[in-house]
Each structure stands twice: as structure tokens, then as C-alpha cells.
Design a protein around this ligand. Structure first.
Ligand SMILES: [Zn+2]
Length: 362
């Protein structure tokens, strides 16, 4: 007898999250308190429920540009070491309470220096926060490991510096590097020296590619930059055609992505909100899962999209009829694709993930 798939049982299932933005996951009440403490005046509301609704409405506007504007407020209140420690600690606690056992949370250090913090101090505050939050969660019996990805902004020119920072803190909790921001007009090849540096250091990186922009962006991320994973990668479906009898045919790039088991960090609800997919039912995750690409399920921005790993998994199970076996498959896919060492990934799969799902499927 399998346990029924409900919000509560899915929350208890071990989950792995590879694509989550620190500045996209604050609690609304924390945004308000930090704004008050810092004298930040720009918030659209000082009521937590109303502010949460405002973020969701802006995220749901269908425009990636408007969506990115919401980050002005979260980043605006994350400019001191204390604020960064608090936000990172609450992030680890919230993910652990949601049943996430391993997470890679990303943020862009260069966005948190407006009040005079140096880049290393920004990274150290966030790492300290994850440590604090992980310990608090453990006291409540929720065990989570949080790795950190440092993001460079596509439109800026600090990617090499951020890559060096990622390598400098690699043994202290930073597990990789990423670039993010508007894709159109800012190809990843602008940051080739950062990616070359990461490869020379035997370090890992993912690239936001194929979210709002098409196949060339994915092709550049993989074949010019050498990305280990694709942030979103949704538009890879543009390289899959359906024959007259409905049989899918993969183009060369889609076949490469599937053959090489390139992980796709898919964020279905976020994509619906930014207009990259019409609805969850229309989201390419259905076809890509059916074709056994290395699909992983992620939140992207928990505040802006009002999602959690539990709500995302529940919505997918409702929409596509996924079973516990499918949810375990997404989770193992993500764990296999994490940027921590092979032994640690294997231990989490064998000691935590598989026993967790076996209990639900017993
Ligand atoms: Zn993202």
C-alpha cells in the first residue's frame, strides 16, 4: 500500500533542490523587518500578507523584466552582514522544514555591496547564515545540507572576480558558480574567461540558459562555455519535433543534452509566471520527463512565485499524474547532479533518499 500523495506526505518525502535564489526566497515579514531596521523606504506594503501578494502579482505579470524588478526590494534590504546572516539562516530553516535534505542556494555577491561590504564579507555572512540555520533545523530533527553557488550578473563585468571568489571559498561551503540575469543581448560567451578559469580549477558551474531565450543560448552555454548543468533549459524542446504519428524526434543539440545526461534545472511554476510556459500542463517538463532527459525540479524564487519544493512536487503530481517513483526519480536525478563529491552524493541517495521513498511506497 503506497502512502497517498498529499501535501503532507510529499512534505515528508526527502527532496533535493539545485536552483533556488537566496534573494528570491525571503519571508515577507523578514523583508519588512529588515527594511525597517535599515531605513529602506521603497516597499509597496508593510503588511506581510499584502507584501507577499504584491510579490506574487509582480511575478505573475508575464514579463521577465518586471519579475526581475521585484528583486530591487529584496536585494535592497540585504546590504549588511547581519541581514545576510538572517536571510541565509531562515532560508536553510525553511527548506529543512519543507523536507529538503540537500540544497544548492545561489546569490550574486556583487549585488550586496551597496552599503560598503566587501565581496568576501558578503560570502562569509551568507555561509555563516547557512551554518546557523542548518544547526537550528537539526535541533528540530530536520537534517539538511546546504551548498552555495556564487552567481555573476550577465550584464555586468565582474564574472571572473566572482569565479575566483567561488574557488577561494570552495572548501568553506561554496560548491559552484553560475551566471544569471536577462539572456537577450547578454550571451554567456561574454564571460568565457570566468568559465575557463573555473574549468582550469576543476570547479563546477551552471548557466541560466534557455529560459526566455532559445536554442543558441543553450548551445553556447554547453559548447562554448562548458556548463555542467543548465539553469532552466526549457527551450531545449525547440529541438524536438513530433512526427506524423506523434513520435518525438530529437535534433542534434537535444540528443547531445540527453545523451550526455546534462542536468536540466527546471522551475515549472516560475516559468509559467515569467511567460516561458503557458501553464503547468503545457510545460515542457512533461515531454522531457517522458523522454528521460536528466530532469530536476526546482523552486527558483520561493517568495516571488509563492512556491516550495512541496508545492511544486504536488502541482506536478496533480498535473501529470506522477507517482512516488517519479518523485523519487526527480530527486535522485538532482542528487546525482549536485556539485558536491561523488561519495557524499551516493551516501545521501542510499542512506536518506531511497529509504525515505521506500517507506512511503511500502
Ligand atoms: Zn534562476
Amino acid at each position: 500500500m503506497h502512502a497517498p500523495l498529499t501535501v503532507d506526505t510529499i512534505r515528508d518525502a526527502p527532496k533535493v533542490l539545485l536552483h533556488d535564489h537566496l534573494d528570491g526566497g525571503l519571508r515577507p515579514a523578514t523583508v519588512i523587518e529588515l527594511a525597517d531596521a535599515a531605513g529602506y523606504r521603497g516597499l509597496p506594503s508593510t503588511d506581510a500578507a499584502e507584501l507577499g501578494g504584491w510579490f506574487l502579482a509582480a511575478a505573475h505579470s508575464g514579463s521577465l523584466v518586471r519579475y526581475l524588478e521585484t528583486f530591487g526590494h529584496t536585494v535592497g534590504v540585504m546590504q549588511t552582514a547581519d541581514a545576510l546572516v538572517r536571510v541565509a539562516a531562515e532560508c536553510a530553516e525553511d527548506l529543512a522544514a519543507d523536507g529538503v535534505v540537500y540544497a544548492e542556494v545561489r546569490f550574486a555577491p556583487e549585488l550586496h555591496v551597496e552599503a560598503g561590504l566587501e565581496l568576501p564579507a558578503v560570502v562569509e555572512a551568507v555561509l555563516e547564515g547557512f551554518k546557523v540555520g542548518t544547526a537550528r533545523a537539526a535541533e528540530r530533527g530536520r537534517h539538511i545540507r546546504v551548498g552555495c553557488l556564487l552567481t555573476a550578473m550577465r550584464h555586468a563585468a565582474r564574472s571572473r572576480e566572482i569565479a575566483e571568489l567561488a574557488v577561494r571559498y570552495r572548501d568553506l561551503g561554496v560548491v559552484g558558480f553560475d551566471i544569471a540575469g536577462a539572456e537577450a543581448g547578454f550571451p554567456p560567451t561574454r564571460h568565457l574567461d570566468a568559465f575557463e578559469y573555473m574549468r582550469q580549477q576543476n570547479a563546477h558551474f551552471t548557466i541560466h540558459a534557455g529560459e526566455a531565450f532559445g536554442l543558441p543560448s543553450i548551445w553556447e552555454a554547453l559548447q562554448w562555455c562548458g556548463a555542467d548543468r543548465l539553469g532552466h533549459g526549457v527551450r531545449i524542446v525547440d529541438d524536438i519535433t513530433l512526427g506524423a504519428d506523434g513520435t518525438p524526434r530529437l535534433g542534434l543539440l537535444a540528443a547531445y543534452v540527453r545523451d550526455k545526461r546534462i542536468p536540466l534545472e527546471m522551475c515549472p511554476t516560475s516559468n509559467v509566471h515569467t511567460g516561458a510556459a503557458k501553464s503547468l500542463a503545457d510545460h515542457p517538463i512533461g515531454l522531457l520527463t517522458q523522454l528521460r532527459f536528466r530532469v530536476t525540479v526546482n523552486t527558483d524564487n520561493r517568495l516571488m512565485s509563492d512556491v516550495s519544493m512541496t508545492s511544486e512536487m504536488t502541482a506536478l503530481a496533480d498535473t501529470f499524474g506522477y507517482s512516488w517513483a517519479d518523485l523519487q526519480w526527480f530527486t535522485v536525478n538532482a542528487m546525482k547532479s549536485a556539485f558536491i563529491g561523488f561519495d557524499e552524493r551516493l551516501a545521501l541517495i542510499n542512506d536518506v533518499i531511497k529509504p525515505g521513498y521506500a517507506a512511503l511506497m511500502a
